[in-house]
Design a protein around this ligand. Structure first.
Ligand code: UGA
Length: 443
């Protein structure tokens, strides 16, 4: 099928690559010509494992092209994916201006029957507005332009894998023709047993917010438990294992730590809460989820003060600056929230990240960024593990200990085995688990 994709952010670019891999003829477009020339050279504007190779292969096959002219992407396309950003307004509501503009462009340049597929996370009711725009803009194509809600569930860091092997495809549509087109589009995945859930449009829109908010809720729940565990001396990791052994609960997303970040959960739970409030329902649970998430950074600072006392003359190393491993995305990263608070409190802060260093430096110039974790630790009073990059697991802990002025490690992701920390002579504060002191400090 001939497919256009408007917007080449994470969802857009991964959609371009995966749709081309499925055998479709795809034209991706973005209003930023510099971004398009970078992508054309085979380099994604962000780090996503496997994506650059895939883009190069698919461009070489001729199935995938890119343009900064939206008309080229829409003209002759049977399906046009709308993958533009929905950033938060100051009120927390989603700003849907880019969606409206993309839909108007779709309407303007459509040359025949076509479907606008809303991939971006949008408040329930958005597709209804899209439908009205289509009718107003193209009365000549009345009944031929459709809108479908097809929310994306991919995660940064494993985005290609998620797009090619999703655990479900959700399609909200109001016309049988649109549904049939979407089934054809996803046929290669459906033939491999992927589950297709077909609903009305509003249900699909709401389901996406419901999924993200529920995952965020699980994280805040376990983080609240972590605070309690720290007070009574219990172990949150074991509690999460006990909870996770119950199939009704599940172990996933019960990892206590510095909390959730990224461009999805923080803004989506806010937008969801605002949507509900606008509809007359006070979804206060979601406000608590956000509050508990913010508490995680504050709790880390309290731990540090508990051991180091004043922070003014202290040097702190942050390991991991991206909001999660496998990405260079620092948007709403807990590590940066922590860095800002520490800098405000007068500490000097140095960070290391396998991918996100340059982005972090650009966002927070006061943060010193180095290229090696041991170098980051030199003359520091504490290391905080902010992102669980797998490479941190194989750190030489004795070398780390020797680089530090004071041997404190605060593990904001519960990455390490406490006994390894004790053996290396480190004072170790995990999250929601009892701290361990090295034998020489304890005595
Ligand atoms: C999330 C959802 O998982 C995707 O299904 C969804 O498609 C995407 O948002 C989106 O709406 O676009 P993503 O933001 O890439 O994906 O990352 P996640 O893997 O969900 O992690 C989000 C945050 O939660 C990270 O900061 C991570 O460190 C944190 N997290 C995750 C925890 O603190 N504890 C956990 O147990 C799991």
């Amino acid at each position: 099928m001939r497919v256009g994709v408007i917007g080449t952010g994470h969802v857009g670019l991964v959609s371009c690559a995966s749709l081309a891999l499925m055998g479709h003829q795809v034209v991706g477009c973005d209003s930023d010509p510099e971004k398009i020339s970078l992508i054309r050279s085979g380099v994604a504007p962000f780090y996503e494992p496997g994506l650059d190779d895939c883009l190069r292969d698919e461009m070489a096959s001729g199935r995938l092209t890119f343009t900064s002219d939206v008309q080229e992407a829409v003209r002759g396309a049977e399906v046009v994916f709308i993958c533009v950003g929905t950033p938060p307004r100051a009120s927390g509501e989603a700003n849907l201006l880019a969606i409206e503009q993309a839909v108007r462009q779709f309407a303007r340049y459509a040359t025949g029957p076509a479907i606008a597929v809303a991939k971006s996370t949008v408040p329930a009711g958005t597709a209804g507005r899209v439908q009205r725009v289509l009718l107003l803009e193209r009365p000549d194509l009345a009944g031929q332009l459709d809108v479908v809600s097809n929310p994306e569930f991919l995660r940064e860091g494993t985005a290609l894998e998620d797009a090619l092997h999703p655990d479900r495809i959700l399609v909200g549509a109001s016309s049988p023709r649109a549904l049939e087109t979407m089934r054809r589009l996803y046929e290669p995945l459906l033939n491999h047993g992927c589950k297709l859930i077909e609903t009305d449009i509003r249900t699909a829109e709401l389901a996406k917010h419901a999924c993200n908010a529920f995952l965020a809720l699980k994280i805040s729940y376990v983080n609240a438990l972590a605070r309690l565990c720290e007070k009574v001396g219990a172990d949150v990791v074991t509690i999460a294992d006990v909870m996770g052994a119950d199939a009704r609960i599940g172990r996933a997303f019960l990892n206590a730590g510095l909390g959730f970040g990224g461009y999805c959960f923080p803004k989506d739970i806010q937008a969801f809460e605002r949507l509900a409030a606008g509809l007359g329902y006070e979804f206060t649970l979601l406000r608590e989820v956000a509050r508990i998430n913010e508490e995680a950074v504050a709790a880390t600072i309290e731990k540090m003060r508990g051991v180091l006392w004043n922070l003014e003359d202290k040097r702190i190393a942050l390991f991991g600056l991206s909001f999660k491993p496998g990405t260079d995305d620092i948007r709403f990263a807990p590590a940066l929230a922590l860095a800002r608070r520490l800098i405000e409190d007068g500490a000097s802060v140095v960070g290391y990240d396998p991918q996100a260093g340059p982005n972090a430096k650009e966002e927070l110039p006061e943060l010193e960024v180095v290229l090696d974790p041991y170098e980051a630790a030199v003359k520091c009073h504490a290391v905080v593990i902010c992102t669980e990059w797998p490479e941190f697991r194989s750190l030489d802990l004795v070398r780390l200990r020797n680089a530090l002025i004071f041997p404190l490690v605060i593990d904001g992701r519960n990455l390490f085995d406490p006994s390894d920390m004790r053996a290396a002579g480190l004072l170790y504060y995990p999250t929601g688990r009892p701290p361990v002191e090295p034998d020489d400090l304890a005595s």
